[in-house]
Design a protein around this ligand. Structure first.
Ligand SMILES: Cc1cc2nc3c(=O)[nH]c(=O)nc-3n(C[C@H](O)[C@H](O)[C@H](O)COP(=O)(O)OP(=O)(O)OC[C@H]3O[C@@H](n4cnc5c(N)ncnc54)[C@H](O)[C@@H]3O)c2cc1C
Length: 546
């Protein structure tokens, strides 16, 4: 195979996803550092990336999606679960459901309590604000003028209104901001869109930075290995157009390849559980059992309904007239179903009133299908899903081969912790309570799944095992901390190494209570500050010594 030397950079960022595009932008802003951004996927030119409803198409699009699946899951009757991940500029922020949720303040305070200085909510709030361009304007929790556009849904919808009213009738509060003083309540989601178009990090962060002379962006480039000199990362090897390339980093290599690929890349490079690496003939540089361990994810159970009125996305999609009409409304006014990705409305609730914060999230979605990514039902339909917010089940990511092109084994071990089974079941009972309220009744012809026969806790749990699926939030596979299996320290430096950090969903010590994109953007923002601070501290060192 041909081998090309691609020159040297101050920083090499591997992965142009939610966090990677933030890093590429912030690290090049001063003009002082040369940065190479490597991305395995192509440019984000496909129309369906930019029209929010295209979300559904990207589920099965091998050009822009890694299309992973989990290993058979013991608690799910041996089922494998789909694990989509963005493989394109913008990463998963280019294919995700667009919901803008940060998590609870208590999640970050918990990270701090685990020993991670600099990660309490008060510490990370400035980064959420700095990232944000909030349509509603600025306040103490929200920012304006940042690269990440956050917008309200284009218009209310009668079914969402009914759902929110039903929550109130069930004694659950209404809220107009899930990222406000408290997360609890039912309401409309805000979306990472601008004027009805998806606002991925490729759009918000990468596009403006690409004009800078000190940023090189290389797409369709699969990074295959980190190069080391002793315990110092000095560059990477990658494959592009069938040839092997080498790029050198004087400063740092920063992995932002996501919760599946960052640990995979470390393992392929000799950093991981020694027994696993030896099994695949990889020389061990550091025996680190935490690399790929502790995978967490949100697991959802979905209730589908046949609707009494033809006002759902199923109806729009069923007829040419509906599709053309929706297309015209979108083209002319940037309104309607095409502006919405996954959830339209939703809620964060406590399954037990004595809890300090919500422990389940509802997504209220204006279409229905037998399972995620499948054909929509040929009747008017909608669905409500529920997930437990702070699962205790932890699984792993482990290479299955020394070949970087082979997918790793992904095993979230959904529902393996008792509390996860318990809260999921209670959350399902709560869905039933809400959907049984007068406001929803006029719209529900029948609950098609799980159906009226499934009522006991045991039967609901059995249904969750048979039909539940991921909410697409894998995290924590290169966990931040100072204990023996933690992979990175609180400055996101890989323990025991120089010039090597991880900055993406993998570093979360625990999964946040909500959708994960905003937190990954925040991680990219905070990581870039720490990298630049460390660089300037280093630059001053010889002067001080002199
Ligand atoms: C279908 C779906 C729906 C979702 N819905 C929502 C939602 O509505 N709201 C929300 O907040 N979150 C949502 N999420 C989750 C959220 O988008 C992710 O948590 C977040 O984008 C992860 O960011 P990241 O930076 O960790 O990784 P990613 O954004 O996945 O980026 C990793 C990047 O690294 C690249 N890469 C990987 N390996 C290599 C390699 N070896 N060489 C070069 N490049 C590599 C990948 O191609 C990718 O571009 C969803 C996710 C999915 C998949």
């Amino acid at each position: 195979m041909q081998h090309h030397e691609e020159g040297s950079f101050d920083y090499i960022v591997v992965g142009a996803g939610s966090a990677g595009c933030v890093l590429a932008n912030r690290l090049t802003a001063s003009g002082r550092h040369r940065v190479l951004l490597l991305e395995a996927g192509p440019e984000d030119r496909n129309l369906w990336i930019h029209v929010p409803i295209g979300y559904a198409k990207l589920f099965v699009d091998a050009k822009h999606n890694w299309l992973y699946t989990s290993e058979p899951e013991a608690e799910l009757g041996g089922r494998s679960i789909i694990q989509p991940r963005g493989k394109v500029m913008g990463g998963s922020s280019s294919i995700n459901g667009l919901l803008y949720i940060r998590g609870q303040a208590e999640d970050f305070d918990h990270w701090r309590q685990l020993g991670n200085a600099g990660w309490s909510f008060a510490d990370v709030l400035p980064y959420f604000r700095r990232a944000e361009d909030q349509q509603r304007g600025e306040d103490e929790l929200h920012g304006v003028g940042g690269p990440l556009s956050v917008s309200d849904v284009s218009e209310p919808h009668p079914l969402c209104e009914a759902f929110i009213t039903a929550c109130e009738q069930a004694g659950l509060p209404r809220t107009d901001d899930f990222n406000g003083q408290t997360q609890e309540g039912a309401g409309y989601f805000q979306l990472t869109t601008r004027k009805g178009r998806r606002w991925s990090t490729a759009r918000g962060y990468l596009a403006p930075a690409r004009k800078r002379h000190n940023l090189a962006v290389t797409g369709n480039a699969l990074t295959t290995r980190i190069l080391f000199h002793g315990r110092r990362a000095i560059g990477v090897e990658y494959l592009k157009d069938g040839a092997k390339h080498v790029a050198r980093a004087h400063g740092e290599v920063i992995l932002a390849s996501g919760a599946f690929n960052s640990p995979q890349l470390l393992q392929l490079s000799g950093v991981g559980p020694a027994d696993l690496l030896r099994e695949h003939g990889i020389d061990v540089i550091a025996d680190m059992h935490g690399v790929g361990a502790d995978l967490q994810d949100h697991y959802q159970a979905r209730f589908t309904y046949r609707c009494s009125e033809r006002i759902t996305i199923n109806d729009m999609m069923a007829s040419l007239r509906g599709r053309v009409g929706a297309g015209l409304r979108y083209a002319l006014f940037r309104k309607g179903f095409l502006t919405v990705g996954a959830g339209y409305a939703g809620g964060f609730f406590k399954t037990d009133p004595s809890l300090p914060t919500p422990d389940v999230q509802f997504h209220f979605i204006l279409f229905s299908a037998d399972s995620v990514g499948q054909k929509l039902h040929p009747w008017p339909g909608f669905l409500t899903s529920v997930c437990q917010l702070r699962p205790e089940s932890r699984g792993f990511v482990r290479i299955k081969s020394a070949d970087p092109a082979q997918a790793p084994a992904i095993q979230p071990r959904y529902l393996s912790a008792e509390v996860d089974r318990d809260v999921t079941t209670k959350g399902m009972q709560l869905v039933r309570r809400v959907m049984g309220q007068p406001a929803m009744k006029r719209y529900i012809v029948e609950e098609t799944m799980p159906g009226p026969k499934v009522t006991s806790d045991a039967d609901l749990l059995a249904f969750a095992r048979q039909k539940g699926t991921t909410v697409f939030h894998p995290t924590s596979t290169c966990r931040m901390g100072s204990d023996v299996t933690a992979v990175v320290d609180e400055r996101l430096r890989v323990h025991g190494f120089d010039g090597l950090r991880v900055a993406d969903a993998s570093i979360m010590p625990t999964l946040v209570s909500g959708n994960t994109n905003a937190a990954c953007v925040m991680i990219g923002e905070k990581a870039s500050d720490m990298i630049l601070q460390d660089a300037s501290a280093k630059a001053q060192m010889p002067a001080r010594a002199a």
